[in-house]
Write a protein that binds this ligand. Structure first.
Ligand SMILES: O=C(O)CCC(=O)c1ccccc1C(=O)O
Ligand SMILES: [Mg+2]
Length: 314
């Protein structure tokens, strides 16, 4: 049995802020089990575990595997990594749809630099924008511009639970609702999010509610589950969420959390299995300036920091 764990550190194009924490590099782990890879990369501000905790549990799991034991990690990022590295993937997976573009940054700067010229010829069917980060007026002005310039594009908005019920209602009352695909997580609780939906008519998608494993119910305005397998963790829990979405006629959008190119490839495979007709939320790779795999998919282990490398007969 071959077992290895590596750490990567990949620079961001420019530092990104996650829930108030400024990161210049994306750091994570790559696990290899008999030649099959997984990625373990808790995201500060979104994961409850730290990278150090994930590393410690990963090393313990590898030691257990090397003794011939089965492992069931407790940390979500570690569950994802080990599940991916041990999954029997179908051999001929179709490619997933191209991801919808993700816009991130200050509204004034985005209005200046909108690449609408490229988009005019073939506008994206969907476009995602982070909200609840800057002044509400500025964000609404940007949305108005986007809606006017890209009349056939549906906008996905994501507030990451950043508003009170009242703030979210003020914002949603001024949205061009026909052009909004859905709003992810306007408020910090499911009850507040649903209250905003009912008061304003906006369509809702859940994301952090699923990552945190909180309770939720079907609602006529709940339109989609945004599933981040790398943060939810266990692929069987992700599979159960997909089933529950199907049972309630909800769309499933597979989404990333700034993984390396290897992690994005794994998420793209999961998207082609779980959401073959839905453009995934995987447009985070362009924020990283370096890769961990070659063009043919080989992991460039020589450029990574090796934490463990074992070969035994177990
Ligand atoms: O979902 C997407 O389109 C891209 C990923 C994304 O937006 C994201 C990335 C990291 C952490 C949180 C989020 C989010 O959905 O809020
Ligand atoms: Mg989200």
């Amino acid at each position: 049995m071959q077992l290895a764990l590596y750490r990567y550190s990949l620079p961001f194009l420019q530092p990104l802020v996650f829930k108030g924490e400024r990161l210049a590099n994306r750091e994570g782990l790559l696990v290899s089990i008999n030649g099959q890879w997984g990625e373990i990369a808790p995201l500060p501000g979104f994961s409850t575990e730290t990278l150090a905790e994930a590393e410690a549990e990963s090393l313990a799991c590898l030691a257990a595997l090397s003794r011939g034991e089965k492992v069931s990690p407790a940390l979500q990022s570690v569950q994802f990594g080990f599940d991916c590295a041990q999954r029997s993937w179908p051999s001929n997976l179709p490619a997933s749809l191209p991801p919808y573009p993700l816009l991130q940054g200050a509204p004034a700067a985005l209005i200046q630099s909108l690449p609408t010229a490229d988009w005019q010829a073939s506008p994206p069917s969907r476009l995602k924008l982070k909200v609840a980060r800057y002044a509400m007026e500025e964000e609404l002005a940007l949305i108005e511009q986007l809606a006017a310039r890209l009349p056939t594009t549906k906008l996905i908005l994501d507030a990451n639970g950043g508003w009170t019920r009242q703030e979210a209602q003020r914002f949603c009352e001024r949205l061009p609702l026909k052009q909004i695909d859905y709003l992810e997580e306007p408020c910090a609780t499911f009850a507040d999010t649903i209250a905003v939906a009912e008061a304003t008519g906006v369509a809702i998608a859940l994301d952090e509610t699923l990552t945190r494993g909180e309770e939720w119910n079907y609602h006529p305005q709940l339109k989609a589950l945004v599933i981040k397998p790398s943060l939810v963790g266990s692929l069987s829990i992700c599979g159960a969420l997909v089933q529950r979405a199907r049972a309630g006629n909800l769309r499933v959008v597979i989404s990333s959390s700034f993984e390396s190119d290897l992690g994005l490839g794994l998420l793209s495979r999961l998207a082609s299995v779980w959401a073959p007709d839905e453009p995934p939320g995987l447009d985070t790779g362009h924020w990283l300036t370096e890769r961990v795999t070659t063009a043919t998919g080989e992991v460039m282990t020589e450029s990574l920091h090796c934490l463990s490398n074992m070969e035994n007969s177990a």
